[in-house]
Design a protein around this ligand. Sequence first.
Ligand SMILES: Nc1ncnc2c1ncn2[C@@H]1O[C@H](COP(=O)(O)OP(=O)(O)OP(=O)(O)O)[C@@H](O)[C@H]1O
Length: 265
Amino acid sequence: MSDIYCSLRQLSVTYRRDKNNAAAALDRIDLDIAAGERLAIIGESGSGKSTLARALAGLLPEGTKITGEMLWPALGHPPRPGRDFGFVFQDPGTSLNPVLTIGEQIAEGARRHLGLSWKQAAIRAEELLERVRMPQPGKALRAFPHQLSGGQRQRVAIAAAIAAKPALLIADEATSALDVVVQAEIVRLLDGLVREDGMTLLFITHDIALASGFVDRIAVFRHARLVETGPVRPVLSAPVSDYTAALIASHRDLATPPLIEELAP
Ligand SMILES: Nc1ncnc2c1ncn2[C@@H]1O[C@H](COP(=O)(O)OP(=O)(O)OP(=O)(O)O)[C@@H](O)[C@H]1O
């Protein structure tokens, strides 16, 4: 059994505004995340996926009620933003600062968390832009976010997220705003980066077909509950819950290639 990076035990989260009707955004979640695994968190809108990501990242709004346990056996403490985990959001247009150059935003994390000088951090920023396969990385360093395409901005957001070499990368619908071709490129990029660096990846998406093409394990959420979890192949070929079966069937109708390959005899 691989080392556990994070253990959730009966984790429940209720936002302040939900307290009157007592509807929890996460309801008694038991989940282990292994160090170095690529885990997809799947579910429809409102199922609690982002709440899980924010709970792990310590980014829930003040006043949110959290019960149960979140344990970090390897780290011994909750992960620190930027240092222990990187976070890639759906919309890089809002996560990137419009008035800082691309180089400044990537260098900042490396400087702050790795103790590099600005000069060293600038060199690291250019290396990171090469790693995320940004065209003309030297030129991109001096560009501002609005001068880049959506896919390029997401590459920058990924570079910034991994600048301080975190052990955990959380990608919350990181490809949902992109067209399918760019989406596939970004998934390939994430896959390559986490493999090379041995990072743990939490890939949050409503798209079971997209995730099943590259992750190790799937956790399916519905109405704040974890309805199913397991390695990709058994979950796809013999789902335990009707909901997961329906998700797979809807994709089968759409003839999504990665899922069809997985299901082929
Ligand atoms: N800041 C908040 N305050 C109050 N309620 C919230 C807040 N954020 C989310 N919720 C509620 O918590 C529930 C779970 O939301 P969450 O964003 O975790 O779902 P999700 O699966 O990530 O959905 P989506 O894919 O649409 O982002 C929803 O009912 C949502 O309305």
